[in-house]
Design a protein around this ligand. Sequence first.
Ligand code: ADP
Ligand code: MG
Ligand code: ZN
Length: 456
Amino acid sequence: MAKVKTKWICQNCGYETPKYIGKCPDCGEWGTLTEEFDIKDQKQTKNTTVDSTPICLINEIEISESIRILTGFEELDRVLGGGLVQGSLILLAGDPGIGKSTLVLQTAGNICSNGKKLIYVCAEESGSQVKLRAKRLNVNSDNLYVYAQTNLESVINQVDVIKPDVLVIDSIQSVYTSNITSSSGSVSQIRECTNILMDIAKNKNITVIIIGHVTKDGNIAGPKVLEHMVDTVIYFEGDKYKTQRLLRSIKNRFGSTNEIGVFNMAENGLEEVLNPSELFMKERTEEITPGSVIIAANEGTRALLVEVQALVGTTFYPAPRRVSTGVEYNRLLQIIAVLEKRIGLNLSKYDVYVNVIGGIEIDEPAADLGIALAIATCYRDVCVDADCVIIGEISLSGEIRNVSNIEKRIYEAQKLGFKKAIIPKQNKKFPENLDIKIIQVPRLMDAISACISRKK
Ligand SMILES: Nc1ncnc2c1ncn2[C@@H]1O[C@H](COP(=O)(O)OP(=O)(O)O)[C@@H](O)[C@H]1O
Ligand SMILES: [Mg+2]
Ligand SMILES: [Zn+2]
């Protein structure tokens, strides 16, 4: 009998090595390597038969439109790029308790009431627990099968019997295949199970949704090790103590990754927030404080109004602190440098904190001007007018550069009742004759005087 080979695998990033080491050279985590059996003994070496797929010229290939299954949630469909692609493998990742099972169960209900068949494999919960949740969420359909099973081979048997359109695995960390001996939740198991599920998706043309917990616990492999294997990766995020949830796709073979979806967690399940700007604005307090600015950000196909807050305070450190939440750190440093050099703010003696409200991450330069005005108004203890929206990119010379999709941003601001929009002078084309007053500014200096009409 051949000697059983083992290898050491980092449970955080999937790095492999034949010997034990304390620190993973790939991701730098300590103590995350565990010993697992090498799966490459009998099974894989046999599988080397030559595939008979013909080679062909690109001109000979006919395009088959991918068929999309609508999820019943516009927000989810948009993040997916127009619904679930038939025969694709989707990873839905998120912190435990954030609402992944809830989202998937509600989606399952919607899909099934459109006449599709779905198997929901609950590997973490019993059938009656799922039934209880379904009752609370008002999910009820004749085409929805629930299977409390952790063994993947048993799942495949049922897939062959029921022939569903969609298969849901909740979660990938709690299923196992008998092909390999590692315990469920280990990197080897998660990878092998995902391989098998990919096979089901492609060969049987079934859409497979796998749920993965994001976890810092070194014992359980996180979704990171799977991201390159699947077609689409969606993260479900939010503050557990608040009701707002964000869907964000970070990889999508069938659509853009710019879109976000917004949900609200309520007593009877997740509700879509079709107009997120309204939600973000609702959190705004009546009394506007210095350092609070509303910007119009672009997220995929739509514009979103979000609040940016800055706090500037005397520092007690030799090097002042710069802290950013929702804004890229280096971008913040650059904006601070421009404020110092072009406007003459002496920020070197002040700590600067910048925060985007609502858990949104802004990674486009059009937010620059808003961030700069938040810092500048907090520093000078004045308020930006409450009915004013700020749009613009800042160059190193302090000029305001033009931004994309200016129309959408202006329309969104008007829709929510804003009366004034500060936009770049360089943007030549924008909607006119609106209820909202448009003020074009060439330089950062002009923007500051344009957005403050009332001295404190
Ligand atoms: N009986 C209930 N009433 C209201 N909300 C509930 C109830 N049970 C669970 N929830 C909400 O659902 C969340 C858990 O969602 P779940 O889909 O199980 O998360 P995940 O699958 O991501 O671990 C809880 O954090 C809570 O907000
Ligand atoms: Mg769950
Ligand atoms: Zn690692």
